[in-house]
Design a protein around this ligand. Structure first.
Ligand code: PEP
Ligand code: MG
Length: 971
């Protein structure tokens, strides 16, 4: 909570209406220098957009996103209106909290207010208490009374305690820290006999005199024996009124279901809390990542609540990335209390006649940002990952039902691809070792040897891998392994008499637990990296942990997969990986994508019930796993896969053959690069040169503009690898729009894609562009190099660029450079005949050309699917460009995504495009496809495409068989 001083609180004010009340608060914010003039208007505008009334007589007026820039200093002003102010829709405000916030503090303030908003009595105290100190205490949560607390910070995993008394002391300390226990309660806690619930779970409870109640959960690293039973988990409760009863009910439920052991088996504190909090929810579910940068604050929450109220179904929302329980979707304050931030996964459960419709509407609304702007990248993710999991009458907390033949379960696409194979469930690595060991010096030496051995393993892997992503992950693992704090902590344990294994495990588990409690999903997902490194050392120390590798082809199923496990997979045996947990942004998912292993994540615990050897179809593109499918489904999937595989293999085997049509026309097939180091891989995929080097990625790798020498080295690396016969086309810096650069700031724009982007930005930073041209010329050093400029819209821009180039090139008389422009703005296509007189070549950027021709933001959550570059309108612009180029004797290439699509590539060939540049993986397939075509067939296809009435019609166009087979291969 932001610090509130007495000066920020006005106990009594009067206002005739909402506008006057807001003006009064705005004046206070301005008088204190928190905001500049104009913020008041922002607050009033914001109020018109949606009321900031939160409930129980509280409102939180604040400015619009646009007026955030007027905030000089984040702060609050609390103004009470004892007579009440009419806030519209029959609501009266007694306490208004004016907020001046630049960014996300706004959200955290809201979250901290939810305890007051949800508690009528506390809200009454806020409106009527007599002193500013009490107001401050209420708002900051210090005066909160009667809560029952259970969060991940109240769970201790892998505790070193070895006896009940140590465990209960630790639980007591947790309750004490939460102010949920007073001194004499502590004595009762130690004296109360614990109760055995079964399956290793013990409960001890005291009636507390403290303000709050709370639970503490302690899981010993090694089971402790108590009265002849094993103690795997101790739950200590300080009761407060009846607020602990739901927890007891939940424990009873788990006991009756025979599932108490999930508490001992949980690897993360968050999972323990979730098991203890999750209510029984029946219905259909949808999981949807939140795509808005400011998270689920009041306005989007209000929109969500409004949508939910439009349905009869009961709708609950749970934040899977926090430890709060599911809340009703109809309550704005409860929704805010979920603390959902960008990327958090919301699980929506609906039950009732219109549940399916409710989920569909809510899923769409969340993907579209619930009225807030969505973050590029997340918006597509949100749209594509919204997965409806039909649970019928099953619930997240219901006993896990064993999967049956014919079942289909859903997950999220970690990496694309399809696989059919028997499934094998891999268990978590388990290590057995003693808690205590011999002399500390010997144990320390063992630990050092094990760490050194793992360091060597990782270094060897690092040296031997050509995969950049894998190399980055290994480098990060090396950092973790050698982290001084982690090592020191382990050594301290060992010096106290613990074994090397025990000390090391305590140390890395403590670090992993802190990491996984991070509110940032991405950071929380990195906990598995810490455990991955930690377990490597444990495996080294114990000689255990290697599971028996399955010697036949299979689908690997596991709880979660670590990056090293992915990189260690025997790809000749593992066809796909399916996980119960895990996310799409994990390192394992990044690796799976680069290694081409289909990965389906987040399938839920049910997937772990698969019998060994059960045949499954994993379709990561459709995000499903089919259990023991019938013969017809298997046959169909097998036939499709076999066809795809054979085509891909044939294409790959002949990837170095040029793309020459059956009647002898050669189409140059080139690679798109984003990093110089990928050039060797591109050559190995059969590229005949680089048709688009997106140079902005060099700039993005540096916190400041890279030096001339740094830039030169990158270009030289590519030129050297390509040699004399393979051309290189470098696109000059293309930032702005979706790719901002911190050291080339631009003002915030309403429509960045229509703003200072590409060459428009470079022309504002002429010295930077000249430095880039300089670096390119020195790298080329007389060799042929093609340079092209992005986003050129009119001839004056081109001429300014040309003049700049002429200025730089004076110093390099022997230069051999061709200059071209990208055609990615419709005006450039329409004026191609004018440009063609002055440039050496055109390269068509179909991604942007499509966005601008169809007026669809290329990242729009709903519309981007319609932005298909095969649209005849785009094809006509391409046709126009090629004709103009032909008339003036220059060549045209295409470097947008359309070139990667075999059907698109055939049409482009027919339109007269001479060079196609694409992501390297697409090269073999496109080349193979073009080799089957005659130019005549391609022209005929292009002609029909130009005449078609829609993208769908173009996609459906067949190649005419007679044409396809007519040509006799020449040359
Ligand atoms: C394009 O717009 O088609 C293109 C190749 O450029 P980028 O995708 O990098 O904007
Ligand atoms: Mg572009």
């Amino acid at each position: 909570m932001l610090k509130l001083t007495p000066e920020d609180i006005t106990l009594s004010a009067q206002a005739a209406g909402k506008v006057e009340a807001i003006s009064l608060i705005a004046d206070q914010l301005q008088a204190d220098g928190m905001v500049e003039a104009g913020y008041r208007e922002g607050m009033l505008t914001r109020e018109q957009q949606t009321s900031t009334y939160l409930g129980n007589g509280i409102a939180i007026p604040h400015g619009t996103t646009d007026t955030r820039e007027l905030v000089r200093e984040t702060g609050l002003k609390v103004v009470r209106f004892p007579a009440g102010v009419e806030w519209g829709a029959g609501q009266t405000v007694y306490t208004a909290i004016g907020i001046a916030a630049r960014s996300d503090e706004h959200l955290s303030i809201l979250r901290q207010l939810t305890h007051v908003i949800a508690d009528e009595q506390l809200a009454q105290r806020l409106h009527s208490c007599s002193g500013v100190e009490e107001v401050r205490a209420i708002l900051s949560g210090e005066a909160k009374r009667g809560a029952f607390l259970l969060g991940a910070d109240q769970v201790r995993m892998h505790s070193v305690a070895t006896s009940y008394s140590e465990l209960v002391a630790l639980a007591g300390a947790i309750l004490w820290n939460k102010q949920a226990i007073i001194q004499q309660d502590l004595i009762s806690l130690y004296a109360t006999p614990p109760q055995y619930l079964g399956e290793g779970v013990w409960l001890v409870a005291v009636a507390s005199q403290a303000d709050n109640g709370a639970a503490a959960v302690v899981q010993p690293a090694q089971p402790v024996s108590l009265y002849g039973n094993s103690l795997d988990v101790l739950i200590a409760i300080s009761t407060h009124n009846d607020q602990h009863l739901p927890l007891l009910e939940r424990l009873t439920e788990l006991k009756l279901e025979g599932r108490l052991k999930v508490l001992a088996e949980s690897r993360r504190a968050l999972d323990v809390v979730r098991h203890l909090l999750v209510q029984k929810l029946d219905g259909q579910q949808l999981i949807c990542p939140l795509p808005m940068s400011h998270g689920l604050h009041a306005r989007p929450a209000a929109n969500l609540a409004r949508i939910a109220k439009g349905f009869e179904a009961e709708i609950w929302v749970e934040n899977l990335d926090s430890d709060s329980p599911a809340v009703s979707a109809r309550s704005v304050t409860k929704l805010i209390s979920l603390g959902a931030q960008l990327g958090h996964r919301l699980q929506i459960t609906a039950e009732g006649a219109d549940a399916a419709a409710a989920l569909a509407t809510i899923g769409e609304a969340i993907s579209a940002g619930l009225g807030d702007p969505v973050v590029r990248g997340f918006q597509q993710q949100a749209a594509s990952e919204a997965v409806v999991v039909a649970l019928e009458s099953e619930s997240v907390s219901a006993p896990v039902v064993r999967l049956q033949a014919g079942d289909t379960i859903s997950g999220l696409t970690g990496a694309p691809g399809v696989a059919i194979a028997p499934a094998y469930v891999m268990s978590e690595p388990k290590f057995e070792f003693a808690h205590q060991a011999g002399p500390a010096s010997a144990e320390l030496a063992r630990l050092q040897t094990a760490v050194a051995a793992v360091e060597e393993q990782l270094n060897k892997r690092l040296e031997s891998t050509a995969n950049t992503e894998l190399a980055q992950i290994i480098a990060m693992h090396l950092e973790l392994l050698l982290d001084p704090e982690m090592q020191q902590e382990a050594e301290q344990h060992v010096r106290r008499g613990d074994s090397a294994e025990w000390g090391w495990q305590q140390s890395f588990e403590a670090l992993a637990s802190v990491q996984e409690q991070s509110k940032e999903l991405l950071l929380a997902e990195r906990a598995i990296d810490i455990r991955d490194v930690g377990n490597r050392v444990l495996a080294q120390l114990t000689g255990q942990g290697g599971s028996d590798a399955i010697q036949t082809e299979h689908v690997l199923v596991c709880q979660e997969i670590a990056p090293s496990e992915i990189s260690d997979l025997d790809l000749s045996k593992v066809r796909a990986v399916v996980t119960a947990a895990g996310g799409v942004t994990s390192h394992a998912a990044i690796l799976a994508r680069t290694l081409g292993i289909p990965l389906l994540v987040g399938c839920g615990p049910q997937v772990l019930t698969l019998e060994p050897g059960t045949p499954v179809i994993v379709d990561c593109d459709a995000r499903t796993l089919k259990v023991a499918p019938d013969q017809a489904a298997l046959d169909q999937a097998r036939a499709t896969m076999a066809r795809e595989k054979a085509l891909a293999e044939q294409a790959y085997a002949s990837r170095f053959e040029p793309a020459v049509t059956t009647d002898g026309h050669h189409i140059e097939v080139m690679a798109n690069l984003t990093a110089a180091k990928s050039v060797d891989k591109a050559i190995d995929h059969g590229c005949e040169g680089v048709g688009l080097f997106r140079s902005e990625f060099i700039y993005m790798d540096y916190p400041q503009e890279p030096t001339l020498e740094e830039q030169r080295a990158e270009y030289a690396r590519v030129l050297d690898a390509l040699g004399a016969d393979r051309p290189l086309i470098v696109r000059t810096l293309d930032v702005g729009g979706d790719k901002p650069l911190p050291y080339m700031p631009i003002d915030k724009e309403e429509n960045p894609f229509l703003g200072v982007r590409g060459i428009r930005l470079s022309l504002r930073y002429p010295e930077t562009l000249k430095r880039q041209l300089h670096a390119l010329l020195t790298a080329a050093n007389g060799r042929l190099l093609r340079i092209m400029f992005p986003m050129v819209t009119d001839i004056h821009e081109w001429r300014a660029l040309r003049a700049m180039f002429d200025e730089v090139v004076v110093d390099y008389p022997g230069s051999n450079i061709e200059l071209g422009i990208m055609i990615e703005v419709p005006s450039a296509a329409l004026m191609a005949d004018i440009f063609a007189k002055e440039v050496d070549f055109f390269s068509i950027g179909t991604n942007d050309l499509t966005q601008y021709a169809l007026a669809i933001d290329r990242g729009h959550p709903e519309l981007s699917r319609q932005a298909d570059s095969i649209n005849p309108a785009v094809l006509r612009l391409i046709d126009m460009t090629v004709r103009a180029a032909d008339r003036h004797g220059i060549w045209v290439g295409v470097c947008g995504e359309l070139a990667s699509d075999p059907h698109g590539a055939a049409i482009l060939t027919g339109l007269g495009v001479k060079e196609l540049s694409m992501s390297m993986r697409a090269i073999p397939r496109v080349k193979a496809h073009l080799r089957q075509l005659s130019m005549q067939a391609a022209r005929d296809l292009a002609e029909r495409a130009l005449a078609a009435d829609s993208s769908e019609a173009v996609r459906a166009l067949p190649l005419l068989e007679t044409d396809k087979l007519a040509g006799v291969r020449h040359g």
